[in-house]
Design a protein around this ligand. Structure first.
Ligand code: ATP
Length: 523
């Protein structure tokens, strides 16, 4: 069986081989943590974005969209706190010269202790069999209690150090926990330093006139500064939301793990403006609603979990992540944050303009509170792709000459059909005798509603495999009989079953399987 590491490597090479993702500027040896979406990747990415957009904007009468510019007035980032506080603590290992995020080193250390607890529980479950009481075991077993105590101790120290911005103490925790560099294996660490993650550039052609501006590190601020414009022009009543998808930029210290952590990435964010005092109800509502959105895709439930934040950002009064089990473990996929009235109040203060809502029911004006849902489109792409990538062993075929069974396998992307980059591939059995023309007729019938391709090259078996590897739910083969009775063979990706159907049925068969409607109805 392939290990998780192998699985991840295979997903990465598959992405390149089948036109999903290329390294940016590859001919110049690439640019670190920047990627390009290729012909199939761009379709999958667009479909995920559409699913998010429709579920947010089209399915909620009180949520509208926005597309704010990437460049914003520089004061925006003073007000939001990003200029002063959008930092990550970094630390270098003097032997390997590798750079790490100090907070990540500590969190990973705690996760390792957590894994030890799980191992103890697993061992005991085996030993005691059916009589095993897991809850009791976790509460009383001395070794488990010792591990729990250790985690709590580190967590408390770590939280305090972050709150006090005490970088010396953060380093001391790394030293005391005897954390080693995964590359050199040594504990030869530098001091911990803060590093601002924003990219800056200059606007204006003459250097004296130019001013420093930033590439936005999150899309949310474009929503906050437009809050009143949207509310007034759309006559929106609280509670209401503004949704936006778009690029964000962060100069990440450690950029590994493919498209999980990039320096240029895309976010899908929604800010929901509510009456002060109701934010916890809405926070609970959006936590559930967002988890439902993920689960509607049919991914196993156990791949998702909530993780409450240890340290709340300066603007939040509650925050959690939806974590997904990537091939390299459970990691943040989406954040849900109760951001209070922090951002709007800051913008009021820095701009000198009022950002208040008049609530006709209360007959009073106030600065609304905000609950935000924020998901990385690229991370969602990686979650879907790594979950969909499957190597299947199939019954072997018998070689006619040797009489021996030959290995038979395929790689298939089990993507939810409505998200698949290509919905239908049409194949003329042979590139002659009027079959390509007939295939083109079918292609033209379906292309108005769905992404379709036509392929003539290679034998049918190879063409099927290629479409499986891209995740195409339907392959349609046109053969000489098609010319006589207007029927074709349709082959289904997941079961590999083939059926003879009338051309007149095709639209309905495809539509039934690839429509987004059924998924939206589950939300
Ligand atoms: P992390 O802790 O992984 O750095 P974060 O908590 O800083 O993430 P948020 O600021 O909450 O992330 O951003 C919201 C979402 O944007 C994240 O849940 C993630 O899906 C996505 N995201 C953030 N940073 C990146 C990145 N560098 N590359 C790709 N996606 C990102």
């Amino acid at each position: 069986m392939a290990t998780n590491e192998d699985h991840f490597k295979n997903v990465i090479s598959h992405s390149k081989e089948y036109g999903f993702i290329f390294q940016s500027s590859e001919i110049y040896d690439g640019l670190s943590a920047v990627y390009d979406y290729a012909q199939n990747g761009v379709e999958l990415k667009k479909n995920i974005r559409d699913y998010w957009w429709k579920s947010m904007v089209q399915m909620h009468e009180n949520i509208v969209g926005l597309d704010a510019a990437i460049f914003m007035h520089p004061t925006t980032w003073k007000a939001s706190g990003h200029v002063d506080a959008f930092n990550d603590p970094l630390i270098d290992n003097k032997d390997s010269k590798k750079r790490y995020r100090a907070d990540v080193l500590i969190e990973e250390h705690m996760a390792k202790i957590e894994a030890k607890i799980d191992k103890e529980v697993e061992k005991a479950a085996k030993r005691f069999g059916e009589t095993f009481d897991e809850k009791m075991f976790r509460q009383t077993n001395p070794r488990v209690l010792e591990h729990i105590h250790k985690i709590e101790e580190i967590e408390t120290r770590f939280r305090k150090a972050l709150e006090e911005n005490n970088l010396g103490e953060v380093r001391q925790i790394i030293v005391d926990c005897e954390i080693v560099c995964p590359v050199s294996g040594s504990r030869n660490w530098t001091e911990v330093r803060q590093f601002n993650l924003m990219f800056s550039t200059a606007m204006g052609s003459v250097s004296e006139d130019s001013s420093v501006i930033y590439l936005r590190p999150e899309t949310a601020q474009g929503i906050f500064v437009n809050f009143l414009n949207v509310q007034k022009s759309g006559r929106m009543k609280i509670p209401f939301g503004i949704a936006q998808t778009g690029k964000a930029f962060r100069n990440e210290i450690v950029a590994r793990q493919f498209i999980f952590r990039m320096r240029e990435f895309e976010q899908m964010e929604m800010q929901f403006f509510v009456r002060p005092g109701t934010e916890m109800e809405w926070y609970a509502y959006w936590k559930e609603a967002r988890l439902k959105w993920h689960k509607a895709l049919g991914t196993p439930d156990k791949k998702y979990r909530f993780h409450d934040h240890i340290k709340l950002a300066h603007y939040a009064n509650a925050a959690c992540d939806i974590e997904f089990e990537f091939p390299f473990g459970f990691k943040e996929l989406e954040g849900i944050h109760s951001r209070t009235d922090f951002d709007l109040k800051q913008h009021e203060q820095f701009s000198g303009k009022k950002l208040q809502y008049f609530d006709p029911e209360l007959n009073q004006s106030y600065v609304p509170y905000v609950v935000e849902t924020s998901i990385g489109l690229d991370r969602m792409f990686l979650a879907l792709l790594s979950n969909a990538y499957t190597e299947e062993k199939l019954p072997g075929t018998i070689n006619a000459t040797t009489g021996k069974e030959e290995d038979n396998s395929r790689v298939v992307l089990n993507l939810p059909p409505f998200l698949a980059p290509i919905k239908v591939a049409v194949f003329p059995l042979m590139a002659k005798d009027g079959l390509p023309e007939k295939a083109k007729e079918i292609f033209d019938l379906l292309r108005f509603d769905h992404m379709c391709v036509m392929e003539e090259k290679d034998n049918i078996g190879k063409r099927y495999r290629r479409q499986d590897a891209i995740g195409t739910p339907f392959c349609i083969t046109v053969d000489p009989q098609s010319l006589e009775d207007n029927t074709v063979t349709i082959r289904y990706r997941d079961t590999m079953l083939q059926e003879r159907v009338a051309v007149a049925q095709l639209k309905a068969i495809v539509e039934e399987k690839v429509s987004m409607r059924k998924v939206l109805e589950k939300l």
